[in-house]
Design a protein around this ligand. Structure first.
Ligand SMILES: [Zn+2]
Length: 482
């Protein structure tokens, strides 16, 4: 059975909804207010620090002290120009250059920031480079990473952390469980459109206060578009969409600001940095870096059999598996699987676990690979805006759309999970992996915040009777807190 990425569809719907409901912004002087945030300032610092460890392992940091110092100097000037109401004494803005060719930059909560070498090489002047940096500084100062997480479903965030809890408990305790999910995604967060324009506006204000011309940030969008030359969209534009509108909005903002008559543009430092970079051997692209990182033992190539959406490297583990006719039966010995402080469930000791964004998959050896699982179960949470019955139907429909060989063979029967009202239903069809009839049982219940909790049990019909008691034991063992 393949993965069905329900939360993603719902998230897309939610975005459309949010855009329709967004009030028209007032046009006068642009005042920015701090977005609502359930996290402590200290959490930003913690998340950023932990995620920066991952970034360092994942990406080559340029080892050229001249360029690094120069970028840090520009960064310090910008940081000193953050309006006082957005200054956080606990934040440490640190700027590093990633030795990658793509035009990109990203920032982590609490201060760590990464500018690709390709970005510095592409910029026409220091103002353009500083523009991107000011934009990223604004994301940090406005605490957009944790603000965005505050808007999202907490339970989902907790479940997303499961991988980190297993992978060596980067952060301990309950906060750790919640923050872990943030750490996992912090460096590849795509902010909402609203946050992007906030960062453009505050970035423009920071630039003007630091002696730059905000129009250089607008100019950088054009530089990036020109550089992309048609063959592939640069990273920065895919995570920062809508360059035309933003170009206009930044220029409008510049008219409201006091901009130096001789803004900083062409500097010695910038020229030297660019020419030093020009003499280095060509940098790899981000994709080449990622490929290099995943080299070794990956037989499958494509990931997890689903159409995308999973973050982190965890489910690429799954694609390394193989399928075989001889799958070991579920052990009668069970171990406790703990998903943050939110979920407890017993699983057979001989099942591997594959944490993903909002769910975790379990399967024995020889039963998982790049097309999903043939034996095992998955547990997860998905956002809903409706009641248990409708949410269950939606979820089941999603499963049959992605796994179009499956048909619902039973109606919904009532059951209970962790003392709550729950439903169970069965699907069946000829598995494209095994060529045999596969039985899929879907169990659902609702969480206190209204979201849907599910467990999906998968086994070939021939073996199903031997798996049935394992699945029942798992369902009975589930304890939900939330
Ligand atoms: Zn941005």
């Amino acid at each position: 059975m393949k993965k069905f990425n329900f939360s993603k569809n719902i998230a897309a719907l939610g975005l459309v909804w949010a855009m329709l409901m967004m009030p028209m912004m007032a046009l006068a002087q642009t005042r920015i207010s701090m977005p609502k945030n359930d996290y402590k300032v200290q959490d930003d610092v913690k998340v950023g620090r932990e995620a920066s460890v991952e970034v360092k392992q994942r990406f080559p940091i340029l080892n050229d002290s001249y360029v690094t110092n120069y970028v840090q100097d520009v960064g310090n000037r910008l940081v000193a120009a953050i309006p006082s109401q957005f200054q956080q004494p606990a934040f440490q803005y640190r700027f590093q250059v990633v030795n990658a060719r793509d035009i990109n930059a990203f920032a982590l909560p609490g201060g760590p920031m990464y500018i690709n070498r390709g970005m510095i090489s592409a910029a026409k002047n220091e103002g353009e480079m500083a523009g991107v940096m000011a934009h990223e500084i604004a994301h940090i100062a406005l605490r957009h990473g944790t603000a965005q997480a505050s808007k999202q479903n907490n339970i989902g965030t907790q479940l997303g952390t499961i991988g980190l809890i297993i992978g060596g408990a980067i952060l301990g305790g309950q906060t750790g469980a919640q923050l872990g999910g943030l750490v996992a995604t912090a460096w590849q967060t795509k902010y909402s459109r609203e946050y992007e324009s906030q960062a453009d506006i505050l970035g423009s204000q920071i630039m003007a206060r630091a002696g730059y011309d905000p129009r250089d940030l607008a100019g950088m969008f054009q530089t990036i578009e020109r550089q992309s030359g048609g063959n592939r969209a640069p990273e920065f534009l895919s995570s920062h969409p809508n360059p035309q509108n933003r170009y206009a909005a930044i220029n409008r903002e510049a008219q409201l600001l006091r901009v130096s008559r001789e803004p900083i543009k062409y500097t010695r430092g910038f020229q030297d940095a660019q020419s030093r970079l020009g003499r280095l051997p060509q940098a790899p692209t981000m994709a080449e870096i990622e490929r290099g990182a995943s080299r070794g033992g990956n037989t499958g190539g494509n990931r997890g059999g689903n159409t995308g959406g999973n973050r982190g490297g965890t489910n690429s583990e799954m694609s390394r598996g193989n399928y075989s006719r001889n799958v070991e039966l579920p052990s009668s010995r069970m171990r406790v699987f703990q998903g943050g402080n939110f979920l407890r469930v017993n699983v057979p000791v001989n099942w591997q676990e594959f944490p993903m964004e909002n769910e975790v998959w379990f399967a024995p050896n020889d039963a998982y690979g790049n097309q999903g699982i043939t034996h095992g179960a998955l547990i997860g949470v998905t956002q809903t805006r409706t009641n248990l019955e409708a949410a269950t139907e939606d979820y089941v429909n999603g499963i049959t759309q992605v796994n179009n060989y499956l048909r619902q063979t039973q109606g919904f029967s009532r059951t209970s999970i962790s003392g709550r009202r729950a439903y169970a239903t069965q699907l069946a069809g000829r598995s494209p992996i095994t060529g045999q009839t596969e039985i899929v049982t879907i169990y659902t219940t609702q969480l206190r915040d209204g979201n849907l909790f599910y467990m999906v049990a998968v086994a070939p019909q021939n073996d199903y009777s031997r798996y049935n008691s394992t699945f029942s034991n798992m369902i009975r063992s589930i304890r939900l807190n939330g």
